[in-house]
Ligand binder design. Structure first.
Ligand SMILES: *Cc1c(COP(=O)(O)O)cnc(C)c1O
Length: 489
């Protein structure tokens, strides 16, 4: 039998890479909504490879087969485009990664790439661990990273326990992230990256991103931003010069709540003081094909497809939910049983003007409803109930429409008390640093009509005036009840 040879496949791969690059160039000319809807899945791809299916197919398969030994050899040497084995890559993951890379790079003339992971926490680990290697010359030299103290509870644990306590890598905490001098004071030649969440969950800390990016680059290190709360519909840190963006795709991106997912999106040629040319050139692709191949934290095809489906409507959803959140925040601000409302959209918030510099609804100027740039502030807010922890719990327990869940970004309104849930593990001191008192309720307004959410809040807050509102849950689910009624016959 005549072997085709690896070169045959490499030449085919080059032609195909050329075609895909052209497709991406064409997509980049489109508006945000068009990219969100189509991503990198084209009609040509549908007809050539997917039986004309207009929606991206879900490839549940563990692996890919090859035409012959030459193709297999070229594939496993990463010489040709291949997905090979679903721990590493998979077409359904590829469609999700493709659209997220385009959306995070939207409006900027930069090349971006993405790796999707099984969770936001896996995304954070994927984004930071490649920088946290011992010094090559002096492996005993202590290393550190500088990150805002106001971060998601899970991130706090990953940094404080997994990095600091277990691996002795110092987390230099920035207490007031809006103060640029505090960041700079903490950087030295052993600092590997700067990291911040903006807005932060749940405290909505916000910093002057452009200034912190410039600072990172002045010291030759990357800026990593967790942009989960903003989403690319409101903020695209890579376009401002950041090196790496982390998304908990589980949240606003996959709003229907069908699965946990995460993503790391990087720009080409990141700034780093770690000597690793592949990592520097294409961080997300490096993480995908090497460390994550070996560690295995990547996303499942099903979750990738579910997230992909929700992302199509991202911009209009974020707009609507931001507007509803503003309405709810204004209502709460005027309520006598509320001590304080924290929402970046309110003029009373100390970071309102800084946030207004950064949080813009993408393409509002091309939207016939607006025709000009408009600020939107997302759907995360929090409020403090007068009367302390007990009062906050009483109000919380009286919600009948707002779901009590440690979740955010949902199409349904959800609320949590961070001090007893997401932030319980970090202790009193950690919560104090993050400004999370026991009477704080985090509310994430969904896509319901805001009147109905206000009515639920109104009833719940009235318990502090002596009204009785009790939430009664049936002891069995409706599904269970129907089988019981059958048995009675
Ligand atoms: C939820 C969340 C994470 C972690 O994401 P998971 O998908 O739950 O692992 C990280 N950062 C922020 C800001 C979050 O809200």
């Amino acid at each position: 039998m005549q072997h085709k040879g690896i070169e045959f496949y490499k030449a085919a791969a080059e032609r195909s890479a050329h075609w895909h690059a052209k497709n991406i160039e064409e997509m980049k000319k489109c508006k945000f909504d068009t990219i969100a809807v189509h991503g990198v899945y084209s009609m040509q791809e549908a007809l050539d490879f997917n039986q004309g299916s207009i929606i991206e197919p879900i490839y549940m398969s563990t692996s890919q087969c090859y035409r012959d030994s030459d193709e297999m050899e070229a594939a496993l040497a990463y010489e040709i485009p291949t997905w090979c084995y679903s721990r590493i890559a998979n077409p359904s993951m590829y469609y999700l990664e493709g659209v997220l890379a385009l959306l995070e790079g939207y409006g900027a003339d930069i090349e971006t790439s993405c790796i999707a992971t099984a969770s936001g926490m896996a995304a954070i680990q994927t984004a930071v661990d490649p920088f946290l290697l011992p010094d090559e010359q002096n492996p005993l030299k202590p290393i550190n990273f500088v990150a805002a103290a106001q971060v998601y509870g899970g991130t706090f644990q990953q940094f404080a326990i997994r990095k600091e306590r277990e691996r002795k890598i110092t987390w230099r905490r920035v207490i007031n992230s809006a103060d640029i001098t505090e960041w700079e004071k903490l950087i030295d030649e052993n600092t590997r990256f700067l990291y911040g969440e903006m807005p932060s969950n749940p405290g909505q800390a916000f910093f002057d991103l452009k200034k912190v990016i410039d600072l990172a680059h002045k010291y030759g290190i990357p800026m990593i931003v967790d942009s989960t709360v903003a989403t690319p519909a409101l903020l695209r840190p890579l376009a401002l010069g950041a090196d790496i963006v982390v998304q908990s795709v589980s949240k606003t991106l996959c709003t229907s709540g069908f699965g946990i997912a995460g993503a790391v999106i990087s720009r080409k040629d990141i700034t780093t003081n770690v000597n690793n040319p592949d990592m520097k050139n294409n961080f997300a692709m490096y993480a995908k094909t090497l460390p994550n191949r070996d560690n295995g934290p990547n996303i499942s095809p099903m979750n990738a497809a579910l997230a992909l489906n929700d992302i199509r409507t991202l911009r209009s959803r974020v707009d609507m939910q931001s507007r509803s959140t503003m309405t709810v925040a204004r209502y709460l601000e005027n309520h006598k049983n509320i001590e304080k409302v924290d929402y970046l959209g309110l003029e009373s918030h100390p970071l309102h003007s800084l946030a207004s510099k950064y949080l813009w609804l993408v393409d509002a100027e091309h939207d016939e409803q607006y025709g000009k740039p408009v600020n939107r502030y997302g759907h995360l807010m929090s409020f403090r109930v007068k009367g302390g922890a007990k009062a906050a719990r009483d109000v919380f327990d009286a919600f009948t429409r707002i779901w009590r869940a440690t979740d955010l970004g949902r199409i349904k309104s959800v609320a949590t008390i961070p001090a007893i849930s997401t932030h319980s593990q970090q202790g009193e001191e950690g919560r104090k640093l993050a400004d999370i008192p026991a009477n704080l309720i985090r509310l994430c307004v969904g896509a319901e009509h805001p009147d109905d959410i206000i009515s639920d809040l109104d009833k719940a807050l009235s318990v502090l005036d002596g009204n009785k509102v009790t939430f009664t849950a049936p002891e069995f689910s409706a599904g269970g009840a129907s089988s019981a009624s059958l048995r009675k016959k």
